[in-house]
Every structure is written in C-alpha cells, then in structure tokens.
Write a protein that binds this ligand. Structure first.
Ligand SMILES: NC(=O)c1ccc[n+]([C@@H]2O[C@H](COP(=O)([O-])OP(=O)(O)OC[C@H]3O[C@@H](n4cnc5c(N)ncnc54)[C@H](O)[C@@H]3O)[C@@H](O)[C@H]2O)c1
Length: 97
C-alpha cells in the first residue's frame, strides 16, 4: 500500500512516514515546507533505507494537488490519503481512488 501524507515533512508526518516504511509500506509526502525542511525527506530515507516520493505543494492549491496526484498515479502508485495537521489541515483517512 502507498500512503499519501500531507504535512509529510512535519513532526507527525515524518514520524508516521518512518513507521509506515519500517512496516513495509510506501509513502508519498506532500508539504509546502512552511514549517519544516526538505532535509527531512533525506533523513527519513537514511533512517529507513527506502526511497520517498516528495512533492512540495500547498494542499489548499487544489489544481497543484490534482497535478501531483496525477503524476503519482502515472508513476504506478495507488495512494490512500491521510490528511493530517492541526488547524491548517483537517484530519481524514479516505481512499483517493
Ligand atoms: N517533541 C518534539 O520534538 C516536537 C517537535 C515538533 C512538534 N511537536 C509536537 O507535534 C505536534 C505538531 O505536529 P504536526 O506534525 O501536526 O505539526 P508540524 O508543524 O510539525 O507539521 C505540519 C506540517 O504541515 C506543513 N503544512 C502546513 N500547512 C500546509 C499547507 N497548507 N500545505 C502543505 N503543507 C502544509 C508544514 O510545513 C509542516 O511540515 C504538536 O503537538 C507539537 O507540540 C513535538
């Protein structure tokens, strides 16, 4: 399973990514880096030894998010979405496709 994590380079997102990767799942991280750094992506890759798909995007930009999802789909991923965050992003766990 591939899990799409919004806020993916934040505290909860990055720790969730590590747990999922260590459990044998794959992840796609979306984040606009307003409160985190792209360095987190390589740190998670080093910790887990797994490659990560990362897209820098603001989740409020629906056009950009749709473009990112199409690109992810074309790469053969079938992600489920876990949108997380406090205040800025509502929590939900929904199948995308
Ligand atoms: N123990 C620690 O060292 C530590 C460190 C940080 C946070 N915390 C705790 O973790 C909790 C918060 O963690 P969190 O992961 O929810 O917050 P976070 O701020 O770490 O992560 C949220 C992520 O969402 C991203 N983001 C925000 N708005 C966005 C948007 N519109 N589009 C795309 N990305 C967007 C940010 O860039 C960030 O990476 C709090 O309880 C805090 O106290 C603990």
């Amino acid at each position: 399973m591939t899990v799409l994590l919004t806020g993916g380079t934040g505290f909860i997102g990055s720790h969730t990514a590590v747990a999922l990767l260590q459990a044998g799942e794959r992840v796609v991280l979306l984040d606009n880096l307003i409160n985190s750094s792209a360095e987190i992506v390589s740190r998670v890759e080093v910790i887990t030894g797994q490659p990560i798909v990362f897209v820098q995007v603001d989740v409020r930009d629906t056009t950009a998010v749709k473009q990112a999802l199409v690109a992810i789909w074309l790469r053969g991923r079938r992600p489920f979405c876990w949108a997380q965050g406090r205040r800025r992003i509502s929590s939900a766990a929904i199948p995308l496709l």
